[in-house]
Design a protein around this ligand. Sequence first.
Ligand code: G3I
Length: 340
Amino acid sequence: TNLLSVAQTQSPYFPIGTIAYSGGLSGVPGDLVAKHFNSLVSENDMKWSALQATPGVFTYANADAQVAFAKARGMKLRGHTFAWHEQVPAWVFQDATGNALPATPASKALVLQREVEHITQVLNHFAPEVASFYAWDVVNEAIDASQADCMRKSNWYLLTGTDFIDTAFRTARALLPASVKLYYNDYSTTDPAKLACIQQLVAGLKSRGVPIDGIGHQMHISLSYPTPAAVTHAVRTLATAFPGLSQQVTEMDIKISDPGYALYEDIPPAVHAQLGYAWRNYFNALRSLNGLIDSVTLWGQADNHTWLTSATRTEAPLLFDPSLKAKPAYWGVVDPSQLP
Ligand code: G3I
């Protein structure tokens, strides 16, 4: 069964994406990836620290290999990501001698100049392949809903205020065709305070004429949170507030609720079944939105490679097991009548 073909025959259609790992597909054959997904995003290799760890020295080997893979397989790409508080090298916020920049207008100008330079270099590099891209996460996780002004107190914010957001979108827009949509991407978008902050951010961007096309809902979720109804509520709230705003699910995976399991073999069949029903319920919710969600990306393919598994806890957040067999999760998405 082909995940993509099922997604296409459901109404409405949306592309189904997955990640490319550094240095390849981590044991998952390219055929499997291309059979089940039609959209690709680099897990780490298009982040600032991967592309420009050292000032002025750009390294594109991993990213280029992923773009070539996608192109050869007829898959479209999401770019990820320009301005994030993680995976950005320390030098971006330091002076030439390695000291932290003070919060001054000169520092702000310098950091914004570095941001413009980075985005410009990267987008010029990918310009020959731009037809393969359909989306770019321009700014990632800039919100902290516990702050009165909604803004995460990152180095970006402390040195530039919210200008790093405006500058990133304006710079990207000037270099990309309209066919590549520009996203603000964040997690916990169903949280009411976070959702309100996103609305405030988008309203501010729009009032300043900053070119944002859409919101990315990461959807790193668990069996117990949030409910599918909370997801549809968040999407409808943004769609109502901002008609024409594109919305995508950008990094979906589903964790087991606490206490969890140490080893993969410890996860009982009943929990795999529960995960399968959860995938069914979330996909039913996403499809019920009738196109308000226009793309869904899963943050991986098989449970052998997931950022959620640690030394003490094993997760089963994806559609295939470590031996690449389809799990109930897969059937929850593709054909729920096959669920145990
Ligand atoms: O590249 C180094 C390598 O040289 C070193 O030997 C190794 C030792 O730990 O670390 C490698 O870097 C790791 C990197 O992934 C590449 O594998 C980092 O430690 C590790 O922290 C990093 O994790 C990534 C994380 O973003 C960074 O915060 C995850 O793989 C990636 O799945 C995760 O993805 C993020 C999205 O971009 C944004 N939304 C949340 C999502 C999950 O955190």
